[in-house]
Design a protein around this ligand. Structure first.
Ligand SMILES: Cc1cc2nc3c(=O)[nH]c(=O)nc-3n(C[C@H](O)[C@H](O)[C@H](O)COP(=O)(O)OP(=O)(O)OC[C@H]3O[C@@H](n4cnc5c(N)ncnc54)[C@H](O)[C@@H]3O)c2cc1C
Length: 501
């Protein structure tokens, strides 16, 4: 079987599917090769952070995810008692959604289907080759016993932590081997904690219990101080999980009916480069770490939102390949910080002795300071990510307001000089929304650039490596720091490229 596409994505997990949707939106022919014949059914990544939800909102998808999730306005850093307050970060997206990864993948796959992504299930890739002279990459594999060769101009490895794409491309995966081994079970609890999330941290270990969202089961995570330093070769049993949980909680939660039992570690690694020739990496293929604070899938999906429009621009001849280098520089820096943050959490989580508990007590106190709490909440939620090294698209001779370069643009309500956008209300009490009003993110649903002229003296035209929507608009409400801005160029992934004074 021969298959051709503009871009091949190896791996149809949350990152591969997000990327495929982003590439398909501007019209690319995208082929996803996924070895699993069926979608995964286990919960795995349960936490979706506000910035990821907001990025889904940039494409008009946030509501689909909200409808299938439990929202929490707080999160945690290393399970410290003083929680991180996400609610102060954004009025709409200051939440963390508890949503099983299986549901996230189901919704992404449905979206990919609507857009016309070709998803080939049961297709295991086992060999990769870059044919530089022909400007193409080939992936060989098999599906249902039949061999296939797929060819494309570009190939992205979103094939998880053991990434064949990364290995066959000779990209080093640098970092630290596992040192902490934890347990996980999606189980029924006969004696469940009263409501919401329940955590215990003491000298016996760390226990976290959260409802799975099906009204029946709970997710139980255990770092057992007695056993967490040694890898256990045998599969996890319900008895081992229940016995460890009993020691930490000091009571029996009567576990039964395990949907999923698994072990996971704190192995921490980062790809030495995110691109090699015509091959790129995203998600767990590029970064792995302890799943502390629920960040891996979130960072991976945001890799996809960063890469999608850039790769589409290159394929469509709107930008040269150097644009892809900004993917590596922007996202590898985020990956590096993710590793620092999760290693720090691991150190705090496994500080079981009296001195360690004292350190946790001290950290709890520091997190009561709103500024410190906000700083960590920004980091864990993804709202703090910025790309201050601009793509330098601003016209020569214009004065820039540097504080806006590379920062996330919130969903401001706008008054448009010309209609054509999805209406929203500036005044909540006004009876009918005006056709001249729109919220900023609705203007990005199509995945194009957005050039907002906020004053009449702003330049009327703009250069960008992609299709740009140009609109004359005013803000419905004043935004601090935006008073002096004449025009704002917003990237398809919702970050400002520049603001003109
Ligand atoms: C216990 C636990 C809890 C977690 N909790 C969270 C959380 O709350 N929030 C969060 O953000 N993250 C969490 N994570 C991390 C999250 O699960 C991962 O970061 C996420 O799955 C990465 O997505 P991905 O698409 O990059 O890789 P994967 O989900 O691993 O998907 C890769 C896909 O590639 C396919 N594939 C692999 N090799 C091939 C091949 N050769 N040919 C074809 N297909 C191939 C696989 O079948 C798979 O479908 C958690 C992880 C664990 C273990």
């Amino acid at each position: 079987m021969k298959l051709e596409a503009d871009v091949i994505v190896v791996g149809g997990g949350p990152v591969g599917l997000t990327l495929a949707c982003e590439l398909r939106l501007p019209g690319l022919d995208v082929l996803v090769l996924e070895r699993r014949a069926e979608r995964v059914s286990n919960s795995r990544g349960m936490g979706m952070h506000g910035r990821t939800l907001e990025m889904l909102g940039l494409r008009g998808l946030a509501q689909r995810f909200r409808e299938r999730a439990l929202p929490f306005s707080v999160g945690h850093f290393a399970v410290l008692d003083t929680r991180l307050d996400f609610s102060v970060l954004d009025p709409q997206y200051g939440v963390n959604l508890a949503i099983p990864q299986s549901v996230t993948e189901e919704l992404l796959e449905a979206r990919a289907g609507e857009l016309g992504v070709r998803l080939l299930r049961g297709a295991l890739v086992h060999e990769l080759s870059q044919e530089a002279e022909f400007g193409q990459v080939s992936a060989k594999g098999e599906q249902g016993g039949a061999a296939f060769t797929a060819r494309a101009a570009w190939l992205v490895g979103a094939d998880g932590s053991r990434s064949l794409v990364r290995q066959q491309s000779g990209i080093a995966f640098e970092g630290n081997p596992a040192s902490v081994y934890s347990l996980l079970g999606d189980v029924r609890l006969g004696a469940a904690p009263p409501a919401g999330a329940y955590t215990v941290v003491n000298e016996a270990g760390v226990l976290m219990v959260v409802p799975l969202g099906d009204g029946v089961h709970h997710r139980v995570i255990l770092v057992d101080a007695l056993r967490c330093r040694e890898p256990q070769p045998q599969p996890l049993t319900l008895e081992e999980l229940a016995e460890g949980a009993r020691r930490v909680a000091g009571r029996d939660m009567q576990m039964s009916d395990a949907l999923w039992l698994s072990r996971f570690s704190d192995e921490t690694r980062l790809a030495a480069q995110y691109r090699k020739g015509r091959v790129l990496l995203a998600g767990d293929a590029a970064h792995i770490h302890m799943p502390a604070g629920g960040q891996g899938m979130n960072v991976g999906m945001q890799d996809a939102f960063n890469l999608g429009w850039k790769l589409a621009s290159v394929v469509q001849g709107r930008a040269d390949e150097s644009l892809l280098d900004s993917y590596g520089s922007e996202r590898r820096a985020v990956g590096q910080q993710l590793l620092v943050n999760t290693m720090a959490q691991t150190a705090l989580l496994t500080a079981f002795d009296t001195r360690g508990q004292a350190l946790r007590q001290l950290m709890n106190g520091l997190l009561r300071d709103p500024a410190t709490n906000r700083a960590l909440a920004l980091e864990v939620s993804g709202f703090g990510i910025a790309y201050p090294a601009s793509l330098s698209l601003a016209p020569d001779g214009c004065r820039l307001l540097e504080q806006w370069t590379g920062v996330r643009v919130p969903d401001w309500p706008l008054q448009l000089a010309h209609g054509g956008a999805v209406p929203v209300q500036c005044q909540p009490q006004s009876p009918q929304p005006s056709q001249q009003q729109a919220s900023l993110h609705t203007l990005l649903h199509g995945g194009r650039w957005l050039y907002l002229r906020l004053r009449d003296d702003a330049p009327a035209t703009v250069q960008a490596p992609g299709e740009v929507r140009v609109l004359r608009a005013t803000l419905c409400e004043p935004v601090p720091g935006l008073e002096g801005v004449a025009a704002l160029l917003v990237r398809p992934d919702g970050y400002a490229d520049y603001a003109l004074a």
